[in-house]
Design a protein around this ligand. Sequence first.
Ligand SMILES: NC(=O)c1ccc[n+]([C@@H]2O[C@H](COP(=O)([O-])OP(=O)(O)OC[C@H]3O[C@@H](n4cnc5c(N)ncnc54)[C@H](O)[C@@H]3O)[C@@H](O)[C@H]2O)c1
Length: 252
Amino acid sequence: MASRFTDSVVVVTGGGSGIGAATSRRFAAEGATVVVADISADAAAAVAAEIEDKGGSALPIRCDVSSAADWAAMAEHVESRFGGLNVVHNNAATVTIKPAHELEEAEWERQIGVNLTSVYLSVRAFLPSLRRSRGCIVNTSSVHAMLGFPGRSAYAASKGGMVSLTRQLAVDYGPEVRVNAVLPGPILTPPWKAESDEYIDLTLRSTPAGRLGTPAEVAAAVCFLASSEASYISGATLLVDGGFSAQKDPTQ
Ligand SMILES: NC(=O)c1ccc[n+]([C@@H]2O[C@H](COP(=O)([O-])OP(=O)(O)OC[C@H]3O[C@@H](n4cnc5c(N)ncnc54)[C@H](O)[C@@H]3O)[C@@H](O)[C@H]2O)c1
């Protein structure tokens, strides 16, 4: 277990916070060199420094995942520094909560760009490396791919598109490259700190697990899908939601 990713190079987008930071830590703890990619250079640097302080190996990179140029620069950097890579974890996302008719076109496009087009761009940047290493891609989608919530049209469309794209990429790039997605439910990351007590209470009552998940619990699922233990899993989606999507109404 401790050495599942020895000699592996892993890119984690949105690696500076929440689920991405937890996944970066977990990959590093299991031996990987982790490229912590984030639009916030400071956040990426802080997570990479923490990993290095603990004896792991990490490289922070500032990257806007909606930018083809940033992906190309990152691929060039990773290729020249490490000679290739094994895993891309597409995890960065953004959300603007407004009903569709109030969403500005730029807000729609930004969410689709960051959450969905980024996966396509990751393939354009890293497919040759992934084919060489017989590597894999793990995408962070969401329960929003399956369930509607008020005001999240572009976010839901991007997360649903991510599930379809995951399957499509698995078809196009097998057998060399496996492609899977995790669908987290309510996970206690910084965005949740802004939610009201009422909304958190409703969420807890809507979740059979009776609590929010931790970023480390999603990281465990991502690392499983990226590992050789998941060698016959491709085009799959794995819910990590404490049963949230299985329950319709909140309990009393
Ligand atoms: N937390 C949850 O309850 C939950 C539930 C379902 C899905 N998710 C998904 O999990 C993933 C991580 O979310 P989180 O809760 O850890 O959020 P978070 O806000 O803690 O982390 C997101 C990170 O992405 C970075 N980021 C944003 N835009 C970027 C861009 N254009 N390029 C590069 N980096 C960018 C941010 O700087 C931040 O560090 C997202 O894909 C989110 O949709 C989260």
